[in-house]
Design a protein around this ligand. Structure first.
Ligand code: SF4
Length: 74
């Protein structure tokens, strides 16, 4: 998964970090950032929830070709 955070429109509401705390955190200025090593979402199903929860739509989550994070998907 490829996760994007548009820091130009992020208002630091923190909904992403509340929704998917394993993936998102807030930097010293309160803006959203990805936790180290979680740039691909770590297979967390909460990433899409976090994207929906963001009040300004700053988060994008795209599946990538090697979406191997779902081994039991069938
Ligand atoms: S929920 Fe959206 S506005 Fe709030 S910190 Fe996360 S990316 Fe920024």
């Amino acid at each position: 998964m490829r996760i994007g955070i548009d820091k130009d429109i992020c208002i630091g509401a923190g909904q992403c970090a509340l929704t998917a705390p394993d993936v998102f955190t807030q930097d010293d200025d309160g803006y959203s950032t990805l936790r180290p090593g979680r740039e691909d979402g770590g297979g967390s199903p909460l990433v899409r929830e976090a994207a929906r929860a963001c009040p300004v739509g700053a988060i994008t989550a795209e599946e990538t070709e090697d979406a191997g994070a779902l081994p039991d998907a069938r």
